[in-house]
Write a protein that binds this ligand. Structure first.
Ligand code: RAM
Length: 586
C-alpha cells in the first residue's frame, strides 16, 4: 500500500466512524431548545416541531396563567438529543389560546414524570426553556357567537390579538364609545401607563381605565391609540383620560367604555389585555417566606407586606420555618409549590441550595422573587435588595473603627454560615479592613449565632472570654447585635467592648443609650416587605417579566427599575445613634 492510499483510507475510516457515532453523543453538546409553531389542537394533541434535550427529558405543556406558564395539561417524554415532531396529548378542555412548551429533565425514575420532584425545568442561561405558541381548538372555534357581531368569534378565542380584532367596528357601523374623555393626553418620552394614572388619578393602579377608554375610542374610529400591551406605549400616542368618577366606574366594572351593543361582546377581550393581568392578580395568594419565624425584623417586614397586600387586593400569608435552616425552608417551599400558591417572596437561607426549588416553582408557573437574602440567579426572577452590599460592609468597618479609636481586636458575630446576605457583607467588611487606615485593627474571629438569640448571646460571651482584649463586635444581624449588646452589658464591659452592626431601633434603643452599642445601621424592614410584595405583584400580573430596565410602581415608595443584575434596590440604610433613635419605632 502506498502512503497516499493509506492516508485516504484513514480519512475514509474517520468519516465512517463519525457517521456511525450515535446522534446522542453529538447532541449532548447541543444547547437544549424547543421550537414550536402556532397550530390547531388535533384529536387532543399538539405537536412540537423540534426539541433538543441534554439527556432524557420531558416536553411539558403548560396553560397560560396571566402571561406566564400556569398548570400542566400534558407531557411527553423526549430522548437525549434531537427530537422532531413530538406529539403531546393534552387536556384540550383546559387549553388556553396561548400555551407554553417547556423542557424538563427526566432525572428521577426514567419514564415517570415526577414534578414537583426530580423532573424540574431545564435552565439555559438562568431561564426556563419554554416558548409560547397559540392554538385553536375545535371547542374554541365552535364557541357560541354573540348575536350577529364580528367580535364574537374572536372573543371566544380570547387571544392577545383578539383585542385588536374585537375592537374593530362591526361591518358598516362604528362602535360608539360610551365613556367621555375628560382630557386628551399625548404620551411623552419617559411615560408609562401607571405614571399617567398616578398623574391624573393619584392611583398607579388605575391605568386599566385609561386603556379601556382609549381603546374604546380608537375602535370607534377616533384618533386615539390602540393599546395592545399596557407595558408598551409610544411617545405621541393620543390617550383618552376619563374623569376620575368614570375611571372608578370602569375599574369596578359598573361601566363599560364601549357603547351598549358592542360592550357585551367586547368585555372579555378588553379584560384579556391590560386589565386581565391586574384583574387576575387581584385575589391572588402570595406567600412571604422569612429565613425563620420569631425574628422581629421579619415580623416588621410582614407588616409592610400586609400593607401592600391590602392596597393591591391580594392575600399575603406569612410562613416560615422555625429555624434559619435551608433544608427546612426547602421543605416548606415544596409544600407551597404543591399547594399551587400564586407567588413566593423568599428570604433565602442558602443562595445555591434554594435554586432547584426556585426553578421548580417557576416551572410550575409560580413567580418567585427573593428579598433580604438572595437566591442565586436562576432560582428566582428578581431579588429585592435592601441596600448596596458593598456600602453595608464598608460602613460596618467605618463605624467600628470610629467606636474603638482605630485600633484593637474586633470580631464578627454573624447569622448562619450559609446566609447569602451576611456572607456578602462580610466579604466587603474584609475588603474595607484591608485598607491601610485600618492597619491597627485585627479581625480575630468570625462566629455564627444562627439568628437565634441564645446561641448568639453564648457566642458573644465566648468571644469576650477567648479574646480578653477584644474591643469591638460587628453583628450584621438584628438577632446577633441585640444579643451581643446584652452580653456586653451583662459582662460589665460597656465602654470596653463596643457593639455595632445591623439592628432594629426598638431592640437596640436601650443599648444605644447605655453605650453598649452606640451606633448601628439598618433599612426599614417594613418598606422591604412592602416593596417585595409590589415586585411580586408586578411580576405575577404580567406588568413586568423580570428583565433589566423594566419599571414598575410600588405604591407609596414610587417607581422602581430592575437593575442589570436582576435586582431591585430599596435604598440607602439609616445610621442610628443616641441623636435619632427615639424618632424610630420598628
Ligand atoms: C436578621 C436576618 C436578616 C438580615 C437582618 C439584618 O434579622 O439575618 O436576613 O437582613 O438580620
Amino acid at each position: 500500500m502506498n502512503q497516499k492510499f493509506t492516508k485516504k483510507l484513514l480519512v475514509l475510516l474517520a468519516l465512517l466512524l463519525l457517521a456511525a457515532m450515535p446522534a446522542a453523543t453529538l447532541a449532548q453538546e447541543m444547547t437544549p431548545s424547543v421550537t414550536v409553531e402556532d397550530q390547531e389542537i388535533v384529536d387532543g394533541t399538539v405537536t412540537i416541531a423540534n426539541v433538543v434535550s441534554s439527556g432524557p427529558g420531558w416536553l411539558v405543556i403548560h396553560i397560560d396563567d396571566n402571561g406566564a406558564p400556569g398548570p400542566v395539561i400534558g407531557q411527553s417524554p423526549v430522548v437525549d438529543g434531537e427530537n422532531t415532531d413530538v406529539v403531546v396529548e393534552i387536556d384540550a378542555a383546559q387549553a388556553t389560546e396561548t400555551l407554553y412548551a417547556m423542557l424538563h429533565v427526566d432525572a428521577g425514575t426514567e419514564g415517570t414524570y415526577e414534578f414537583p420532584g426530580d423532573d424540574g425545568p431545564v435552565m439555559v442561561d438562568g431561564q426556563v426553556v419554554s416558548p409560547s405558541f397559540n392554538v385553536i381548538s375545535a371547542a374554541m372555534e365552535e364557541a357560541p357567537e354573540v348575536e350577529g357581531t364580528a367580535e364574537a368569534t374572536v372573543e371566544a378565542e380570547a387571544t392577545v390579538e383578539a383585542t385588536a380584532e374585537a375592537e374593530a367596528p362591526a361591518e358598516g357601523e362604528m362602535a360608539a364609545a360610551a365613556v367621555a374623555c375628560e382630557e386628551d393626553y399625548s404620551v411623552q418620552a419617559d411615560d408609562w401607563l401607571s405614571k399617567i394614572a398616578d398623574k391624573f388619578y393619584a392611583d398607579v393602579l388605575a391605568f386599566p381605565a385609561i386603556v379601556e377608554a382609549t381603546n374604546a375610542w380608537a375602535s370607534g374610529g377616533g384618533n386615539y391609540a390602540t393599546i395592545e400591551n399596557p407595558d408598551i406605549i409610544e411617545p405621541g400616542w393620543l390617550l383618552c383620560i376619563p374623569s376620575a368618577t368614570d375611571a372608578q366606574m370602569l375599574l369596578s366594572g359598573e361601566m363599560s367604555a364601549m357603547g351598549e351593543g358592542a360592550a357585551m361582546e367586547e368585555g372579555a377581550a378588553m379584560e384579556g389585555e391590560a386589565a386581565e393581568g391586574e384583574a387576575m392578580a387581584e385575589g391572588m395568594n402570595f406567600v412571604l417566606v422569612p429565613k425563620n419565624l420569631g425574628n422581629p425584623y421579619f415580623d416588621t417586614a410582614n407588616v409592610g407586606a400586609q400593607e401592600a397586600a391590602a392596597e393591591l387586593g391580594v392575600t399575603v400569608t406569612y410562613q416560615g420555618s422555625a429555624t434559619a435552616d435551608a433544608t427546612e425552608q426547602i421543605q416548606l417551599l415544596n409544600s407551597l409549590i404543591a399547594q399551587e400558591v400564586d407567588g413566593l417572596a423568599i428570604s433565602a437561607n442558602d443562595a445555591d441550595a434554594l435554586v432547584p426549588t426556585g426553578q421548580a416553582a417557576i416551572g410550575a408557573g409560580i413567580p418567585v422573587v427573593s428579598w433580604d437574602a438572595a437566591i442565586a440567579p436562576g432560582g428566582r426572577t428578581i431579588h429585592v435588595n435592601q441596600a448596596v452590599a458593598e456600602d453595608i460592609g464598608r460602613t460596618q468597618i467605618q463605624i467600628v473603627s470610629e467606636l474603638i479609636g482605630g485600633e484593637g481586636q474586633i470580631a464578627i458575630l454573624s447569622a448562619t454560615s450559609t446566609a447569602p446576605n451576611q456572607n456578602e457583607w462580610i466579604e466587603w467588611m474584609k475588603d474595607e479592613l484591608s485598607k491601610p487606615e485600618y492597619a491597627n485593627i485585627e479581625l480575630v474571629a468570625t462566629v455564627y449565632g444562627d439568628d437565634e438569640d441564645e446561641k448568639s448571646y453564648n457566642e458573644a460571651q465566648g468571644l469576650m472570654r477567648t479574646y480578653p482584649e477584644l474591643k469591638g463586635i460587628i453583628a450584621p444581624t438584628t438577632v446577633g447585635i441585640a444579643a451581643s449588646a446584652r452580653a456586653v452589658q451583662d459582662a460589665g464591659k460597656v465602654g470596653q467592648v463596643f457593639v455595632t452592626g445591623l439592628g432594629t431601633p426598638n431592640q437596640m434603643r436601650d443599648y444605644v443609650k447605655s453605650g453598649a452599642a452606640p451606633q448601628f445601621a439598618l433599612w426599614n424592614p417594613a418598606d422591604l416587605g412592602y416593596l417585595s410584595i409590589y415586585t411580586l405583584y408586578a411580576l405575577a400580573s404580567g406588568q413586568i417579566q423580570g428583565n433589566p430596565g423594566e419599571s414598575f410602581e410600588a405604591g407609596k415608595l414610587g417607581s422602581y427599575t430592575i437593575n442589570e443584575d436582576g435586582t431591585v434596590l430599596l435604598g440607602p440604610p439609616t445610621i442610628f445613634n443616641a441623636d435619632n433613635i427615639d424618632s424610630f419605632d420598628f
